[in-house]
Design a protein. Structure first.
Length: 271
């Protein structure tokens, strides 16, 4: 059983919804990332989604685009990100880490090289935004050979046929994009989210995480009522951006925000 599957099994047994924060690796400085990861776990994060900087992040809104630009300006590459995972894993053997990004850096590194290096670093899963299942069979094969889960996105427009198709290749969990558009955009229609998550649950056995549009404790608690995981990205990255000139304050500020989300989610789980 993968670390991701084991974590969701443990959470389910305790009636607890996962909290999954997203941050861009290397933003605003490479030295900030690993301490930030540890601070997020201490604040209640159950898994971490670590963004791999890429020059054309088509699924990401302005907040995360700027984070990627800051990281790239510091020279952060996929190899550097794997080094951060390795450094994190040296002190935390348990918290699952999912690498989120785009295919090009993996193509450049090579599927086999990437899979070997990611497994060796201690990564647990990969979410590659621009690889549909029909075009990712080689990548899926390499990841499976090295015990890495492949997380897929599902959209409000995904048909039942499409959901089943993704379920044939996805592992770990699936990520439901709660709004139409890029990260950080749009208003979260909680009734619509509940309906779509129920449909996904009826078609797939994998846990369902919900992200895009979760900005505060209220929406996090509401999503916790219907999903297996609450995924928060832009709301965290915007706080990092505001503290770019004082990076030493970032872990504490992000931890404070996550602790409030964790408390709200736990209160919702207890109802």
């Amino acid at each position: 059983m993968s670390r991701i599957a084991a974590r969701f099994t443990s959470l389910r047994g305790r009636g607890r919804t996962a909290l999954i924060p997203f941050v861009t690796a290397g933003d605003p400085h490479p030295a900030t990332t690993v301490p930030l990861m540890h601070a997020m776990v201490a604040a209640g994060a159950d898994l971490i989604e670590l963004g791999v900087p890429f020059s054309d992040p088509i699924a990401d809104g302005p907040v995360i685009q700027r984070a990627t630009e800051r990281a790239l300006a510091r020279g952060v590459s996929l190899a550097h990100v794997l080094g951060m995972v390795r450094a994190f894993r040296a002190q935390d053997p348990d918290t699952p880490v999912v690498l989120m990004g785009y295919l090009n850096p993996i193509e450049v590194m090579g599927y086999e090289h990437f899979a070997v290096a990611a497994q060796a670093a201690g990564a647990d899963g990969v979410l590659v935004v621009d690889v549909p299942p029909e075009e990712g069979l080689d990548l899926v094969a390499r990841l499976r050979e090295h015990d890495l889960d492949l997380v897929y996105l599902l959209a409000p427009t995904s048909t039942e046929e499409r959901i089943r198709r993704i379920g044939e290749v996805a592992s770990g969990f699936v990520y439901y994009v709660a709004v139409k558009g890029v990260t950080g955009a749009g208003h979260l229609d909680l009734d619509a989210v509940a309906e779509r998550v129920a449909t996904i649950h009826s078609l797939l056995s994998l846990p369902v995480g919900v992200g895009f549009g979760i900005k505060d404790a209220h929406t996090a608690a509401a999503v916790a009522g219907v999903a297996d995981a609450v995924i928060v990205g832009s709301a965290i990255v915007s706080r990092i951006e505001a503290l770019e000139q004082t990076p030493e304050a970032i872990p504490g500020a992000v931890a404070e925000f996550l602790a409030a989300l964790r408390a709200a989610i736990d209160a919702a789980d207890a109802r």
